[in-house]
Ligand binder design. Structure first.
Ligand code: ZN
Length: 335
């Protein structure tokens, strides 16, 4: 077989070979099946027409290792929101051909990858980008994509948990993702007492930063510590919540929504369900252990007795106490 040896700089007789090798790129150690030729004249190992395969497989390994969005997931964004590759690039403030490059195997940075993943999970975030950058794409592309996005928002089988989260965002007007998580936790906590049922069936995980509902984390992680403001998008939305649930949520939001995300985190850190789920872990240890419903119900039942909570207004006795107990921890953490 004849191929181009990059040492002899000419076509040479060669043999094909393959072996697993380890390489290191930017501190990422990658193991993959290397395919190559061996020059019969100089023994050089070279790639010639195997070069594209080599780049592709290394990029794929890097993607997996760094949890970078996959090509399939990027294609899903394009289908889901009925948007072209170039318009999508422009909406996100990327160079016109960047999405095409990613689809051809190039890896986005971690930051762009995170943005794309959040957009895939969250039509509201996509709509914000679409509206803010509509001048960068054609009017036809804009309308086509907006129509599809609206349809998704209305028709998609959005979970109760997601609807409750959006309700909280709308009610508070400005809220960060950390606060939403903790408000969900307290809303779940007192729901048996005041609604006679679980508000939603999802269970939180006992993360370092308190109880976290993974689905909601994935929807809003792009905002990190920043404020989510969807007022304009949420103004006429239907949340599929019963009147009783709305009234209950309003009370929870009134009682706990006045505290910052980091204070709410400290407050959940002294609740037993989170503490119990993290037994044996130090405070900086990553964990995705699930906090059990039994533990949540048991704890909040006990709180209702202890604080003599008989109506929703009484919850404030508990929240005040949590605040007093946890504010020192917050100052300790910040110093
Ligand atoms: Zn050679």
């Amino acid at each position: 077989m004849k191929k181009f040896c990059d040492k002899c700089l000419k076509e040479v007789e060669c043999t094909y070979n393959e072996k697993y090798i380890d390489i290191s790129i930017d501190n990422n150690k990658i193991n993959y099946l290397k395919k190559y030729y061996i020059c019969s004249e100089c023994n050089n190992e070279f790639l010639d027409d195997l070069y594209d395969y080599d780049v592709e497989i290394v990029n794929k390994k890097l993607r997996e290792l760094n949890n970078i969005i996959t090509i399939d997931e990027i294609e899903e964004i394009i289908r889901k929101y009925n948007i072209g590759k170039k318009p999508l690039s422009l909406l996100l403030g990327l160079g016109e051909v960047n999405i095409i490059r990613y689809l051809n195997g190039a890896n986005p940075t971690k930051e762009i990858s995170d943005l794309l993943k959040n957009i895939l999970n969250n039509p509201f975030l996509y709509e914000l980008y679409l509206r803010a950058n509509k001048d960068k794409i054609t009017e036809i592309a804009y309308k086509k994509s907006l129509g599809k996005t609206k349809q998704l928002e209305l028709n998609s089988k959005q979970s109760k948990l997601y609807n409750v989260s959006l309700y909280i965002i709308n009610k508070l007007e400005e809220v960060d993702p950390l606060s939403i998580q903790k408000l969900l936790y307290f809303a779940d906590g007192f729901s048996n007492k005041f609604l006679g049922k679980d508000l939603f069936s999802d269970l939180p995980e006992a993360w370092i930063y308190g109880p976290v509902y993974k689905e909601i984390y994935d929807c809003f992680s792009y905002y990190k510590g920043n404020t989510i403001n969807y007022n304009e998008l949420l103004s006429n939305r239907e949340y599929n919540l019963e009147d009783e649930e709305i009234e209950y949520l309003n009370n929870i939001i009134k009682t706990f929504g006045c505290y910052s995300g980091s204070l709410l985190r400290e407050m959940t850190h002294i609740t037993n369900p989170w503490i119990n789920a993290r037994i044996g872990l130090n405070e900086y240890k990553y964990s995705d252990r699930v906090i059990s419903k039994e533990d949540i119900n048991l704890y909040f039942d006990k709180i209702c007795q202890e604080y003599n909570i008989t109506c929703q207004d009484d919850i404030i006795n508990y929240s005040n106490d949590l605040f007093i107990q946890s504010k020192d921890n917050l100052f300790r953490d910040n110093n």
